[in-house]
Design a protein around this ligand. Sequence first.
Ligand code: THU
Length: 142
Amino acid sequence: MDEKQVDDLVRRCQEAKEQSYSPYSKFRVGAALLCQDGRIYTGCNVENVSYGLTICAERTALVKAVSEGHRKFKAIAIASDLANKTISPCGACRQFLVEFGVSWDVIMTKPDMTYKTMKTGELLPLCVVSESLEEEKVSKLA
Ligand code: THU
């Protein structure tokens, strides 16, 4: 990924935050997901009166991309309104991210456009991935 692509993602996740539907937490989050083919999908958090049904910005972007046929990603950038802290993905989103690989970039931004980058797998060490289900088991099931 070149610098221009990163800058573009950082800007796009800030813009996506504007669509946040967060009447309960008043915590706006935006995401911009770069697919292997260069396409970008954005997402925002979508809350619900039944609180637990809330969908985070990262998962919104991933579901949009996967449902349009994308499964290979280069990076996802995330934005919130926190002035002094980079926003980092929740546990559920981390699991959702590693589903599509443990070594692509998560760009965690601040409103001043500064950011910190980590790999998906670094954010969820010892994670369960699809290969985990194929590891040797104690007994063979019918
Ligand atoms: N949220 C996200 O969308 N992504 C994150 O990385 C952290 C949390 C949302 C969920 C909820 O709507 C609000 O932020 C407060 O937790």
